[in-house]
Design a protein around this ligand. Structure first.
Ligand SMILES: [Zn+2]
Length: 126
């Protein structure tokens, strides 16, 4: 999970991530950042979204939703952005979970959704 935490500490999400990593910290404040929708700098407000991750298992397409995924909302246009690097890292972690579960002698059912914080803190997934 260190890589995930490192990506999360990237420059665009630093303030927000501090709030997530130190659970006791107060809510992160908004920051100025580039909005790809407006093509301008605007106040970006920390928020969370549910991200769908799709996996192909045999002939089946499976979807796992990652809830509480960190995002930033543009104060002007309302466009929500998430870190591409963070999404890729989360996807690879979820992929590991999927392959571990389907490769067990007694295959475990896949979770329909998993919270971002569960992945971040390496907690057990229901
Ligand atoms: Zn915008």
């Amino acid at each position: 999970m260190l890589k995930l935490k490192a990506i999360m500490r990237g420059k665009t999400t630093t303030d927000y991530i501090k709030g997530l990593v130190e659970r006791d910290q107060p809510e992160p404040t908004s920051s100025k950042g580039y909005c790809f929708q407006c093509h301008e700098e605007h106040e970006l407000i920390p928020n969370t979204v549910t991200e769908s991750m799709l996996f192909r298992i045999g002939d089946e397409q499976k979807e796992i939703k990652v809830t509480e995924f960190p995002a930033q909302v543009c104060s002007k246009c309302g466009n929500t952005t998430i870190s591409v690097g963070l999404a890729a890292e989360v996807e690879s972690i979820v992929e590991e979970i999927v392959s571990e579960r389907i490769n067990r002698p007694a295959a475990m059912p896949l979770p329909e959704k998993v919270s971002f914080n569960t992945l971040l803190y390496g907690e057990a997934i229901a």
